[in-house]
Design a protein around this ligand. Structure first.
Ligand SMILES: [Zn+2]
Ligand SMILES: [Zn+2]
Length: 130
């Protein structure tokens, strides 16, 4: 299976799509034995990305997406002090983020575009190295 594609992450994604459609316990077990680490890694980075848009209530520890800098917790109504406003470095739009998200300097759209560009550049370097 790995011989088809040298990038194991690509294989994992393809296999997830294939395997979770087919519900066979045996192949799932093999799948987790072979790709478990990569899947966990993928899930974790997805989760990190999602959590970057959320703030944590310091009172009840609920995570929620703030609608503005003065957003209150959706659970207990506590005014959240963990939110900051900043200007996206690319488009200048006002963005709300968790104060601890120090590395967040772009709005969601610009970040997506930035990541895509970064990925392409990385792939190009990777290919030219070969
Ligand atoms: Zn709360
Ligand atoms: Zn932007």
């Amino acid at each position: 299976m790995l011989a088809m594609h040298s990038d194991p992450k690509f294989v994992a994604d393809a296999v997830i799509l294939g395997l979770f459609a087919v519900k066979r316990t045996k192949s799932k077990r093999i799948f987790w034995a072979v790709f478990g680490d990569i899947v966990l890694q993928n899930l974790k980075s997805n989760l990190d990305r999602q959590l970057a848009h959320l703030v944590l209530c310091h009172h009840c520890y609920t995570r929620f997406k703030p609608s503005d800098a003065a957003a209150t917790c959706v659970q207990c109504g506590t005014r959240n002090r963990g939110v900051k406003m900043f200007e996206c470095v690319d488009c200048g739009q006002q963005v709300i983020a968790d104060v601890r998200a120090n590395r967040k300097i772009r709005c969601d759209d610009c970040y997506k575009a930035y990541r895509l560009k970064y990925k392409c550049q990385k792939n190009r370097t990777y290919l030219s190295d070969k």
